[in-house]
Design a protein around this ligand. Structure first.
Ligand code: NAD
Length: 452
């Protein structure tokens, strides 16, 4: 029987990065994967959505290019070609990861990993085998949560996994759930010229972010013809001829909407079913494995990171948590700051946040000062014809230390890195004010805000 120092179950960005780090640190490491190396992020999440969004946004900009001398009003997206490009890109990236694993001598086992007991893992593939190890790291991720309503199994009712596997040029699409996935798909299909309707049960889209994001995005998408219904709870889906009809209640009153397809994006649930074969299992909460920032589950020799822990379901958080877990296994100090996790939404303009919002800080009794900078006067924002863009920075009312930032602007998802460093290192706005930003950039707005 093969013996390892570490067996990682799940080769997403949490698992494969942890495996590489462990191997670099001298641990004999195995990685068990039932599907494809790269996990949700590479095959059914971050990467495919951004590939599709890139083409869709280019097409939208080209269609609207008349006023800036771009004559391409009849631009069309060839979905079959775009899909093939997406698949080829993903396969190339997966091969890159496999190459890294080989180079670091991480043994990759293809099959479903199951924890048999302390230090014992089964790999159920074409033939099953058992492995032994000192440490087990669970990084099995999550899958789209099902919605218990009538008609959910109808053809054309899709999860984000399904729509990304086979993206089609729908003429109309209903999106159930106005969270991060829902709003990214509304942006994507809206840019592709599809008639999009969003049904969100809460009173705002992107409800767990700063309220101004949801309100601004709603106005921007409305201009593109995306219809957003809030306080709208899906009750049933029916097939009526070529179309699917969603019956829902909006602020309590019955309503309905029809489209060619329905995307259900109402959250994700951890992949823990059947993961533990014996009583040797951590206490779980609704399928998730609670773990701290370093992946400790409370069971000696068992670690868990990423979506399966049910905390922040973001690829970069999973990677950071995995690196910390491996550092602990190696007896080193964990180096990743899991208390400062930036979060991004790839809408247009992009949205990015880090740290505390003003409301969150106030709830914690922290005196705050909020500075907001509308970016209507920012050169790069004007010349790239961005929609309503702004930055908000929350500082400690007494010390001026930056506690959080909320951005909605061009390249917000890149710009948030600056604020992540600022929050993590306790920098003040005054310190940011004395650093030159290049011109013309979106980033100049940070300098303007800091000096205002
Ligand atoms: P979410 O929790 O962000 O949003 C789901 C939404 O569905 C909620 O607003 C909820 O109120 C709504 N909803 C639930 N039941 C409903 C019903 N019956 N009718 C109408 N609306 C209903 O979940 P998500 O958007 O599925 O995303 C899952 C996870 O994936 C999130 O944690 C997110 O952070 C992560 N993710 C991140 C990115 C990114 O970082 N860019 C992209 C995609 C997903």
């Amino acid at each position: 029987m093969e013996k390892y120092d570490l067996i990682v179950i799940g080769a997403g960005p949490g698992g494969y990065e942890a495996a590489l780090e462990a191997a670099r640190g001298g641990m004999r490491t195995a990685l068990v994967e039932a599907g494809e190396v790269g996990g949700t992020c590479l095959w059914r999440g971050c990467i495919p959505t951004k590939i599709l969004l890139h083409t869709a946004e280019l097409a939208k900009e080209a269609r609207q290019g008349g006023p800036i001398g771009l004559e391409a009003s009849d631009v069309r997206v060839d979905m079959a070609k775009l899909d093939a490009h997406k698949d080829e890109t993903i396969r190339g990236m997966a091969q890159g990861i496999e190459g890294l694993l080989k180079r670091q001598k991480v043994d990759l086992y293809r099959g479903k990993g199951r924890v048999l007991g302390p230090g014992r893992v089964e790999v159920a593939g074409e033939t099953s085998l058992e492995l032994e190890t000192k440490e087990i790291l669970i990084a099995v991720g999550s899958t789209p949560a099902p919605l218990p309503v009538k008609g959910i199994g109808l053809e054309g009712v899709l999860s984000s996994d399904q729509i990304l596997r086979d993206p089609r040029p729908y003429e109309s699409l209903i999106i159930v759930g106005g969270g991060v996935i829902g709003m990214e798909f509304a942006t994507l299909y809206g840019a592709l010229g599809c008639r999009v309707t969003v049904l969100e049960a809460l009173d705002s889209v992107l409800a767990n972010l700063d309220r101004e994001f949801g309100q601004s995005l709603r106005m921007i998408l409305k201009k593109q013809g995306v219809e957003i219904h809030t306080s709208a709870r899906l009750e049933e889906i029916r097939r009526e001829g070529e179309e699917l009809t969603c019956l829902y209640t909006e602020k309590g009153a019955p309503a309905q909407a029809s489209a060619q397809a329905v995307l259900v994006a109402v959250g994700r649930r951890p992949n823990t079913e059947g993961l533990f074969a014996s009583d040797w299992a951590p206490p779980m909460e609704r399928g998730r494995i609670p773990a701290d920032a370093n992946g400790r589950t409370g069971l000696e020799g068992l670690w868990a990171i990423g979506d399966v822990t049910g905390g922040i379901q973001l690829a970069h958080a999973a990677t950071a948590q995995g690196l910390n877990a491996v550092a602990c296994m190696l007896g080193r100090a964990p180096g990743q700051r899991l208390d400062v996790v930036p979060s991004c939404v790839y809408t247009s303009p992009e949205i990015a946040t880090v740290g505390l919002t003003a409301d969150e800080a106030k709830k914690q009794g922290i005196p705050v000062q909020v500075k907001k900078q509308a970016m209507g006067g920012n050169g790069k924002t004007i010349l790239t014809r961005q929609e309503r863009s702004f930055l908000k920075v929350v500082t400690h009312g007494e010390t001026g230390v930056i506690l959080g930032a909320q951005l909605m602007c061009g390249r917000a998802t890149d710009m948030i890195g600056e604020f992540s460093s600022a929050v993590a290192n306790g920098l003040t706005l005054a310190q940011l004010a004395g650093v030159i930003r290049p011109h013309p950039t979106f980033n100049e707005a940070v300098w303007e805000l800091a000096r205002s």
